[in-house]
Write a protein that binds this ligand. Structure first.
Ligand SMILES: [Mg+2]
Length: 325
């Protein structure tokens, strides 16, 4: 028997699972396993988006670090981020929750208040779910969304010559997490209260070719776009946007913040590719940074640093429980 840790990583396992499940029979399914959300044809103008994401206590949050309201908000933001990455809007959510013996009713109420905060902010409804007892606190959220057909953005549409851009700054969540783990002082709010880029995604989806959200680090997300689009990429290390706070947290830990940006997780920013001529139109509406360029596949996926070019390593792997670079 092979341990899931030794199987070849999270994405090898997903590949094997999708081999067992096979291609969807229903011709309405436009995209199944392999993008940020599944896409199903809804009517002539719109597609339906469906995504699911789970938070597990100890892995994705700790009750000693986060308030229940923060955990509730995070559970929703990480899911809305996947809808945003497709260019769409969230409409409905379903929440399954497993509660251990030591959970208080007050904790559960606050958790759902946090989910409601996010639902109100992003204008969707929580319409059902399931509660059960379990040995660990687990929150599993499904979000159903919609996207106009001409705004649907897949991972598979990057073209050689496109610029690679990111919203906001990267590495902030991992900098916060490492600070909490080390038990040192610092502003860790961006780890505890991640915010997805739904508003920006709606603007970007008008102009971008491919789009993905940053859940496992920039190198992993660029890798997914390249694999699905059959292209290569060059990322410029010095262009990666990192905030002053992330730099100062990393400095306190004696770590390189660029490593957090490349291989850390949970920033929930967007990575997208866009022809250079369309860049100006987005620049006036969102804060974005050009971090690289899509190349032909034969050039591989590289990280450029001055005159040095190295292969760009992987991101966070949930099964190997370590960085994969
Ligand atoms: Mg995603």
């Amino acid at each position: 028997m092979t341990s899931i840790r030794d199987y070849g990583g999270e994405f090898a396992l997903i590949g094997a699972i999708s081999g067992i499940l096979g291609k969807p029979k229903d011709r309405k399914v436009i995209a199944g396993i392999g993008d940020d959300a599944a896409v199903i044809a809804l009517d002539k103008k719109r597609d339906m988006l469906v995504t699911v994401d789970m938070l597990v206590e100890g892995d994705h949050f700790r009750r000693e670090w986060s308030t229940p309201r923060q955990i509730g908000r995070k559970a929703m933001e990480v899911n809305v981020s996947d809808i945003a990455a497709m260019g769409g809007l969230p409409k409905y959510a379903l929440v399954s929750i497993s509660l251990p013996d030591d959970t208080t009713a007050e904790f559960v109420m606050e958790l759902y208040r946090g989910m409601k905060d996010a639902a109100r902010k992003h204008r969707f409804d929580v319409i059902g779910g399931n509660t059960t007892h379990g040995s660990r606190l687990v929150i599993d959220v499904i979000i159903i969304g919609e996207v106009e057909k001409n705004r649907l953005r897949l991972r598979s549409d990057a073209k050689a010559g496109d610029l690679i851009c990111v919203t906001g700054t990267l590495g902030k969540s991992t900098a916060g997490l490492e600070t909490l783990k080390a038990g040192v002082k610092g502003n860790v709010r961006e780890h505890l209260e991640p915010r997805c880029r739904l508003h920006e995604a709606r603007e970007i989806s008008k102009y971008a070719n491919a789009m993905i959200d940053v859940s496992d680090g920039l190198s992993s997300e660029v890798g997914h776009i390249c694999e699905m689009s059959d292209v290569g990429a060059e990322v410029f290390r010095e262009k990666i946007p990192i905030s002053m706070n992330t730099r100062s947290l990393a400095k306190n830990l004696g770590k390189d913040p660029v490593e957090f940006a490349l291989h850390g997780g949970e920033d929930f920013e967007l990575v997208f590719t866009i022809p250079e001529r369309r860049l100006k139109r987005i620049r006036t509406r969102c804060q974005i940074t050009v971090v690289g360029r899509i190349t032909k596949k034969r050039h591989g996926i590289t990280l450029a640093w001055g005159k040095v070019k190295l292969p760009l390593g992987g991101g966070y792997d949930h099964f190997r429980l370590r960085r994969t670079s």
